[in-house]
Design a protein around this ligand. Structure first.
Ligand SMILES: NC(=O)c1ccc[n+]([C@@H]2O[C@H](COP(=O)([O-])OP(=O)(O)OC[C@H]3O[C@@H](n4cnc5c(N)ncnc54)[C@H](OP(=O)(O)O)[C@@H]3O)[C@@H](O)[C@H]2O)c1
Length: 296
């Protein structure tokens, strides 16, 4: 393929916006990036989506579009499946037929959380809810239709200065409330979209990626511990004027429609061995986003 075009789907999402931002700061010299929003490339519109790809003929597709409403998916599983599996299957088939590479983002929610050690990419999957099941079905589509020309990056607890995420929700609540209760028995790894985007851009020129990779910011903490660090850093950055008490609670005290894995730390060793990975640890990555929010 002679094209040097990278197409990113889901341009208005957290990762989509970060890809555009990072690209503006340090583009890969031999490539162009076109980040397309839903109005330009709705991946669930079968014929139209294929027509857009066939017109642009990208060398690389980064699929950052997804149905990400974890709880809503429990009562809307067909919508989640349409975007996270069926549409992914069509993109995968197009990639294989047109000699393009596909980098797809998946989730820690493909696991059931029963492990006590970090999940390796080949660990048995067993999603607990409809969102995780739809994302796993999307992985299967890729493995079936585009195994030789694709990479699946599973990540977790994604946040950024954009959109809706745990960090921004905590900052809002910490500014509004006198005290907060946060779940302390789900253990995982926060991931800044900045680090994830940097990994994706490190992968592209290497061209030999294939199969499943795991990428997070490397912590093994609870949402409660994450909230404490968010508050500490936000006070230091001047985003919050005072600390409020944060109480640890159990998952059973904060019921949600979708069940979450109790443990979803991902083993990153394969990504670290094959690519030049971001070096900031989880606190450093959080600090970059907190400073970004403070500067707005
Ligand atoms: N957020 C997390 O905690 C988390 C954790 C693990 C893995 N992930 C995965 O990481 C990836 C990026 O997540 P994110 O947090 O950046 O997601 P996000 O902020 O929710 O953004 C999702 C994007 O997908 C777009 N989209 C939805 N349906 C679409 C369609 N039919 N056609 C085209 N675009 C469509 C949305 O467009 P609109 O703005 O128009 O709705 C939005 O731009 C996803 O694959 C997600 O499953 C996320």
């Amino acid at each position: 393929m002679t094209s040097s075009l990278i197409v990113a789907t889901g341009a208005t999402g957290q990762l989509g916006q970060t890809l555009s931002r990072l690209w503006a700061e340090s583009p890969l010299p031999q490539y162009q990036l076109e980040a397309l929003d839903r109005s330009e490339l709705d991946i669930s519109q079968a014929d139209r989506a294929i027509a857009v790809l066939s017109e642009l003929k990208p060398a690389v597709i980064i699929n950052a579009a997804a149905y990400t409403q974890v709880d809503k998916a429990e009562s809307d599983s067909s919508a989640a499946h349409l975007v996270n599996a069926e549409a992914v299957g069509r993109i995968a088939a197009w990639s294989a037929q047109n000699n393009a590479k596909l980098i797809h983002i998946s989730t820690d929610f493909v696991f059931d959380g029963s492990s006590t050690t970090p999940y390796r990419p080949d660990h048995q999957t067993n999603p607990l809810g409809a969102y995780g099941a739809s994302k796993l079905a999307g992985e299967h589509e890729i493995q079936t239709q585009a195994k030789q020309c694709s990479a699946i990056i599973r990540t977790s607890w994604l946040y950024s200065e954009y959109g809706n995420n745990f960090v921004k929700t905590m900052l809002r609540l910490m500014g509004e409330r006198e005290q907060l209760s946060v779940v302390n028995d789900q253990i995982g790894s926060p991931t800044s979209t900045h680090g994830l985007a940097a990994l994706i851009f490190a992968m592209i020129p290497k061209d030999n990626y294939q199969g499943v990779y795991h990428w997070t910011d490397g912590a093994s903490i609870s949402w409660y511990e994450f909230a404490q660090e968010i508050q500490d850093q936000a006070i230091q950055a001047g985003l919050l004027s005072k600390a409020i008490p944060i109480s640890p609670i159990s998952t059973s005290e904060y019921p949600t429609a979708a069940q979450r894995p109790a443990y979803s730390v991902l083993d990153r060793s394969r990504a670290k061995a094959e690519f030049e990975c971001p070096v900031e640890d989880w606190k450093g990555q959080l600090n970059l986003v907190i400073k970004e929010l403070a500067s707005k």
